[in-house]
Design a protein around this ligand. Structure first.
Ligand code: SAM
Length: 261
C-alpha cells in the first residue's frame, strides 16, 4: 500500500476538526422521522448478547448506546482522536464496556475472524477508492464465517434526484432552461460535488458518494456475497435545501446494505 494511502490523506485531522460541530453539519440517520432499515437489521441479529460487534468510523458514537445495550462485546473504531473522545463522553460509564481503537479502518489485521457483526454508518467515505477496496477486504477478513456487514453510505443518485426537483420547480416557476439549471446547481450546491467520480468536498473533508451499482461491484470485489440493498429515507425538512417545498414528493435517501463474507 502506498504511503499516501496509509496516511489516509490527512483526512483523520480534518474529521477531528469537525468533531465539535458534527451535529450541525451532517444529516443524522437516527433522528426521528427517518426510516432506517439498518436499525431493524440490528434488531434481527439473534442472541446478540453472545456476539461481538465493531462500529467502524464510530464518530461521536450515536449508535454505541444501542450496541452496548444489546451486544456482548463492542469495539468502536475511528481514526480521528477527537471523534473517539466525544464517543467516550457520550457513553459515560458505559464506555468501560467498549474497546476503543484509534486507527484507520483498513488496518484490521489483528482482528482476523473476530467479529460477528461490523457496522459502518456513513464512514465508508474515503475519497481514494483504493482505501475503500482495502477496507472492504480488511472487514471481510475481520468477520467470522456467517458474519454480517451492515452499512449506510451517502447516495450520489439522491443528489441528482434533488437536482431534478429543484430544476423542475424553477421551470414550473417560469424560468428559461438555462436560468433554471443555474438556480438548481446553486441551490443543490453542485460546486461541492464531482458527479462523475462520486466525490464531495466540503471544508477540507473529501468524501465518497455512492451509486447502487458501485456498492454491489465493490462488495463483490472484496469477496462479499448476498449484498442486499435498501434505502434510509429522510423526511423533507429543514435539514434539506427546499425541504418543505417537496413534501409531496418521494423522500430522499442514502443507501443502506447488508452483506455476508
Ligand atoms: C460522517 S461520520 C459518521 C460517524 C458515525 N458513524 C455516525 O453515524 O454519526 C464519518 C466518520 O468516519 C470516520 N472515518 C472516515 N474515514 C475513516 C477511516 N479510513 N478510518 C477510520 N475512520 C474513518 C471519521 O473520522 C468520522 O468520524
Amino acid at each position: 500500500m502506498s504511503l499516501e494511502l496509509a496516511s489516509s490523506h490527512g483526512q483523520d485531522r480534518h474529521w477531528s476538526r469537525h468533531a465539535a460541530r458534527y451535529d450541525d453539519l451532517f444529516l443524522d440517520p437516527f433522528r426521528p422521522g427517518v426510516v432506517n432499515p439498518l436499525l431493524d437489521a440490528l434488531d434481527a441479529v439473534q442472541n446478540p448478547e453472545s456476539k461481538s460487534v465493531i462500529d467502524l468510523g464510530c464518530g461521536t458514537g450515536p449508535l454505541l448506546p444501542l450496541l452496548t445495550r444489546r451486544f456482548g462485546a463492542v469495539t468502536a473504531l475511528d481514526f480521528a482522536p477527537a471523534m473517539i473522545d466525544r464517543a467516550r463522553k457520550r457513553l459515560g460509564e458505559a464506555a468501560g464496556h467498549v474497546t476503543f481503537e484509534t486507527r484507520p479502518m483498513h488496518q484490521l489485521g489483528d482482528f482476523a475472524g473476530k467479529f460477528d457483526v461490523a457496522v459502518a454508518i456513513n464512514s465508508l467515505v474515503m475519497p481514494d477508492v483504493r482505501a475503500i477496496d482495502e477496507t472492504l477486504r480488511a472487514v471481510h477478513a475481520a468477520l467470522k464465517p456467517g458474519g454480517l456487514l451492515l452499512a449506510i453510505v451517502p447516495a450520489m443518485d439522491a443528489i441528482r434526484y434533488h437536482t431534478m426537483l429543484l430544476w423542475d420547480q424553477a421551470l414550473d416557476q417560469g424560468r428559461e432552461p438555462e436560468s433554471a439549471e443555474r438556480l438548481a446547481a446553486v441551490r443543490g450546491e453542485h460546486a461541492y460535488y464531482d458527479f462523475a467520480f462520486g466525490r464531495f468536498l466540503f471544508q477540507g473533508l473529501r468524501q465518497k458518494f455512492w451509486e447502487s451499482f458501485e456498492i454491489e461491484y465493490r462488495l463483490r470485489k472484496a469477496g462479499f456475497s448476498d449484498v442486499a440493498l435498501d434505502r434510509v429515507l429522510y423526511p423533507w425538512d429543514d435539514d434539506q435545501i427546499g425541504g418543505a417545498e417537496f413534501a409531496d414528493q418521494p423522500k430522499s435517501w442514502d443507501w443502506s446494505f447488508a452483506a455476508h463474507p
